[in-house]
Design a protein around this ligand. Structure first.
Ligand SMILES: [Zn+2]
Length: 151
C-alpha cells in the first residue's frame, strides 16, 4: 500500500483550521452549499468563501455562528484515519484535492459532526478552540465571504 502523503502547501493555525472544518459542515447543513474552496486561515482572523444562490439573512448567519459554537462546546475529539482513495465513502468531497493526490487519503473527523480528506494540522479536541465569532460577511455574485475570529 502506498503510504506517502502529499505535502501540505502551507502551515495553518490549527485551532482556526479546525474551526474551518466545523464551519464548512455547518454551511453545508444550513445552506446546502459546498465546502469552501477558497479560504485564508490565519491566527488572528480568517475568511472562507462559499457559493450560494441567494444572499443569506442576518438570522441565518446568526444560526451559523450559534451552531459552530454549539459544536465547539461539545468538546468533540478530532481523529485521523487513513483510507485508500478508491474506498472513500461517497459523502466525502474529493473535489478540492490536487490532481497528483496520493493513493492513501487522510481523513479527519470532528466527532461525528464532520469528516473530510485533509492533510493539515488540527487540534485534538474542540475544547481548544474558544469561541467562534463572525466578524463580518458580504455577498456578491453568488459568493458569500465570511470573516471570523476566535475569542
Ligand atoms: Zn484540516
Amino acid at each position: 500500500m502506498e503510504t506517502k502523503m502529499n505535502p501540505h502547501n502551507k502551515m495553518e493555525y490549527p485551532p482556526m483550521h479546525t474551526t474551518e472544518h466545523i464551519l464548512n459542515q455547518t454551511m453545508i447543513q444550513i445552506f446546502g452549499c459546498e465546502r469552501s474552496k477558497n479560504s485564508h486561515i490565519e491566527r488572528r482572523k480568517s475568511k472562507c468563501d462559499y457559493i450560494l444562490t441567494t444572499a443569506p439573512t442576518p438570522e441565518q448567519m446568526q444560526i451559523v455562528e450559534d451552531k459552530v459554537n454549539e459544536i465547539i462546546r461539545q468538546n468533540l475529539p478530532i481523529t485521523v484515519s487513513y483510507t485508500n482513495i478508491n474506498e472513500v465513502p461517497e459523502c466525502i468531497d474529493l473535489s478540492k484535492l490536487p490532481q497528483d493526490v496520493s493513493q492513501t487519503l487522510r481523513l479527519v473527523s470532528v466527532g461525528n459532526y464532520d469528516i473530510c480528506a485533509c492533510i493539515g494540522e488540527h487540534i485534538n479536541n474542540t475544547s481548544e478552540i474558544g469561541i467562534f465569532k463572525i466578524i463580518s460577511y458580504n455577498f456578491e455574485d453568488c459568493k458569500l465571504r465570511v470573516r471570523f475570529k476566535l475569542v
